[in-house]
Write a protein that binds this ligand. Structure first.
Ligand code: F6P
Length: 541
């Protein structure tokens, strides 16, 4: 029988007892007892090396965690994912992002249709279009080459492609700048338009639903800007849409041959390898886009075929549960040590928090354990000079994932960068007890200098930051997110929790249009709305 509540399993009970037995076991002692700990607990796959040795794992821990993986039927759920079964049970949808990057002839059936055919056709359409823009064969309506792309999208239709273009900055094609506009705060779009020339600007409206208010508001504004400059007929050459709602995009004014499909079986936060990655193909060229797919596919194959005890997404997922539910951590810091990877924490934040930030299991029952951590982060080097103080000394323990690209542009600076990443993980593991603080230190300060240590971290090394390793890294996080959701008995592919806020925002917009707050509103929301209404009435139109 498939188990939906991990806490009812014998494996959970065994882990609870094991955790109690680990209370006095320090990471320092584990390293002292086993000089080969790094070799035992690090693995290399698809250009990534993952070091789990600084996690709080004794010899018994991984076997017990793997028992949980077995009883929660990770293998069965994984097989269902790849088979195109409706694993997104609340929306009755498959989640076939792995099919997007499979270069083989493997069939991926959804409702009896092999979607690999549609995938290849859509990819050919969008990569051909990108090639034509880059080569200058496809131009703006006045025959001028495009030098500017503005991607309008939000959430999964922004963060994946935006972080990819930033990560692969060394691969960008010349003379074509790609900007991303997500927020509905119009200053973002206005800033992008301020340096754009209508004749040479291509807008990409990326929205699976083509109804997201922020995206559609910005798209409408961009359309007006273009039409004011070049007339209505310019829409045919200057707008592309990526969407599962092609009819709505065409009604908006996008020409049919510039609408690239996506499908309800690709979740927004899992969509960077679909046509949602069109802006990546424009920024870096079709070859680089295909190299991202190839790296992601290598990780997909590893996830699908490697035994659980050597399967990196499985091991990372298990360790998340170990930290969240047994060590009672509540957050996860993702720290890339490479300027090019600085936006990854934003992408992974949506991926992990929107997927698994849930309070009910897939079967509709309340959870009785912690689910997704609060994921945050940013450039590691800069974090050391902002929030790392908390991570080193606060009683609130935050596990860290260091992501380190071993190559870079300037070897001298790289040494400083790389050793800082390693020093952070060493410091978190070892700590600095008071009795190790150098003699002669002011006694009053010793307690302030001491660091408790024994704080868990994972380090992921990219042998080189390439399109392939970037793709593998994205796929690694996608799959570990799926593993975590499965272990918790959740559906990692829906996001119902964001809908309520959208409904209330619509109702408040109606209040604004009427010029007064609804009498039934609570006094706080009413007071806030009235404050805004007052400033709005004073503002010149
Ligand atoms: O509101 C949440 C969400 O649906 C995300 O899941 C999604 O990535 C984002 O909005 C954008 O959605 P769309 O691509 O449909 O505009």
């Amino acid at each position: 029988m498939i188990c939906s509540d991990p806490t009812t399993t014998e494996a959970w009970g065994a882990l609870t007892r094991h955790r109690a037995g680990m209370a006095g076991v320090t990471l320092r002692s584990l390293f002292e007892q086993d000089p080969g700990r790094f070799d035992d607990l690090s693995w290399s796959v698809a250009g990534l090396t993952i070091d789990l040795s600084k996690q709080r794992l004794s010899d018994e821990t991984l076997p017990l965690l793997l028992d949980l993986a077995k009883v929660m039927d990770i293998e069965g759920h994984r097989a269902a994912l790849y088979a195109g079964e409706k694993v997104n049970v609340t929306e009755d949808r498959a989640a076939l992002h792995v099919a997007l990057r499979d270069p083989t002839d493997r069939a991926y059936p959804v409702d009896g249709d092999d979607v690999s055919v549609q995938i290849k056709s859509a990819r050919g359409q969008m990569l051909g279009f990108a090639e034509q823009v880059i080569s200058g064969q496809r131009t703006g309506c006045n025959g001028q080459r495009f030098d500017r792309v503005i991607n309008i999208g939000i959430g999964g239709s922004d963060l994946g492609p935006r972080s990819a273009v930033t990560a692969l900055a060394d691969h960008t094609v010349p003379n074509l700048t790609v900007d991303f506009v997500a927020t509905v705060d119009s200053t973002a779009l206005q800033d992008a338009l301020a340096t754009a020339t209508a004749e040479r600007t291509l807008f990409v409206v990326a929205s699976k639903s083509f109804t997201t208010r922020e995206t559609m508001t910005n798209a409408g504004y961009a359309r007006q800007w273009l039409v004011d400059a070049l007339g209505e007929s310019a829409m045919a050459d200057h707008f592309v849409a990526v969407t599962a709602a092609s009819g709505v995009a065409e009604a908006f004014g996008v020409s049919a041959d510039a609408v690239f499909p996506m499908w309800d079986w690709v979740g927004g936060r899992y969509s960077v390898c679909s046509a949602i990655g069109f802006s990546v193909a424009l920024a870096c060229g079709p070859d680089v886009f295909e190299r991202i797919l190839s790296g992601a596919h290598a990780m997909d194959r590893h996830f699908e075929t490697a035994p659980l005890d050597q399967n990196l997404p499985v091991l990372m997922g298990l360790i998340s549960i170990w930290n969240q539910d047994f060590w009672r951590t509540a957050a996860l810091a993702v720290l890339p040590y490479d300027h090019r990877l600085r936006l990854l924490p934003d992408h992974f934040q949506q991926l992990m928090m929107e997927s698994n930030g849930k309070g009910v299991r897939a079967d509709g029952e309340d959870v009785s354990f912690r689910t997704a951590p609060i994921v945050f982060g940013g450039s590691g080097a800069e974090s050391q000079h902002s929030f790392m103080q908390q991570i080193h000394q606060s009683p609130t323990v935050v596990p860290v994932e260091f992501i380190v690209a071993l190559d870079g542009r300037d070897e001298v600076d790289r040494d400083i960068l790389i050793v800082n990443a390693f020093a952070q993980s060493e410091a978190l593991m070892r700590g600095l007890p008071a009795d190790e603080i150098a003699e002669g230190s002011d006694k009053n300060i010793i307690a302030h200098k001491a660091c408790p240590g024994n704080r868990q971290s994972t380090t992921i090394l990219l042998e080189s930051l390439t399109p392939e390793t970037f793709g593998a890294l994205i796929a690694l996080y996608e799959h570990r997110t799926f593993v975590e959701g499965t272990l918790w008995g959740l559906n990692p592919f829906d996001q119902w929790g964001v809908e309520f806020g959208k409904v209330l925002a619509s109702s408040l917009l109606a209040d604004l249009a009427a010029g007064n707050a609804d009498a039934g509103l609570d006094s706080s929301t009413k007071g806030l709305l009235n404050a805004y209404l007052a400033t709005r009435s004073e503002r010149p139109l």
